[in-house]
Each structure stands twice: as C-alpha cells, then as structure tokens.
Write a protein that binds this ligand. Sequence first.
Ligand SMILES: [Cu+2]
Length: 188
Amino acid sequence: MVSARTVDTAAEGQRPVPAESGDYDDRVVRGPERTTLRPIEITQPEGPSFTVEGSLLRWQDWSLRVGFDEREGLTLHQIELGGRPVIYRASVPEMVVPYGDPRFRYWQAYFTTVGNYDYGFYWYFYLDGTIECEVKMTGIVFTAAHPGGDHPYSTEVAPGLGAPVHQHLFNARLDMSVDGLANAVEEV
Ligand SMILES: [Cu+2]
C-alpha cells in the first residue's frame, strides 16, 4: 500500500535537559557486582574437529576459505558441501540503522565496532547443509531528552532521558554457486 504523503514532521520544540545522567555503568546506579558465578571451562581433549590450512577451513563435509575485506569485514569464499559448490562468496557488507525519532539520522556501511555498538557476525554451518547467519550486538543506546509519558519515537530509560526507537538492518551479499554457475536470483 503506497499513500505517497508526508504523515509527520520533526518540529517538536525544545525539551528540558534530563536531571540525571542515566549512566548505568556508574557503580552507584549499577549496584554491587555479582559474586555467585563460578568459572566454566570448555575443553576438547581430543582436539578440535576442524582443520585450517592457510585460509582453507574444513569441518565435517564443509569446506570454505576465510577472508577479510577492510570495508566488508569477514568474507567467506568457495563454500562447498561434500565437494559440491554452494556459495562462491558471502559477506554482510552493509548495515543501516533507521531511527524512529526524526531528530536522529545514522547510517553506516562498516563492520565490527560501529559508533556505539560492537557487532558480532556468526555464520553457522549445519551438518544437514543449512547455512545460517546471526548478528549479535552489544553497546550503548543513543539517548536524548524525553518529554515524559508515552512517546511515539522513544522509550524513557531514566527520568527525562529517552532511548529512540530504531532498527538495525543488515544486507547480506551472497554470490551463489549451487552445483555450478547456472544460478539465478528471483525476488519472491
Ligand atoms: Cu541499536
């Protein structure tokens, strides 16, 4: 459904500066550190199940080459399952973070530590041939003054302090080579 009209604009006027910093890293805010967790140790007494020769990684029926691009970050090449080609090259080269609050505009096409976040890109290769990519992130939200009460663009995280509604969208670039080069892309 396309309506092609502007629904809202950003003019909201001034908001008061929050009275508190809202710094949850502050010991006073955070409270004492937990002391009840015990160490965990994971061992592989017979060694790992994978092998690495140069950039060539092998695990069970999978083989792939691991690369790195200064703009895209981790790149995976010549991914094969049981000797059959699956993907010639795979990466997650772009990310966009649209903020619901019209006062925020933030766009990035980088990798790893971007702005106020650390991103972890996890590629999973399953025994049944499934490939999965998961992105994990940790970081600190951008904040701005919050008018109090319900607000369409942000959530109040401390008195007068709001974290804007936003998304992290990632774009994966997959050069497929399933059983050869006769592959086509269809948008469904
Ligand atoms: Cu975020």
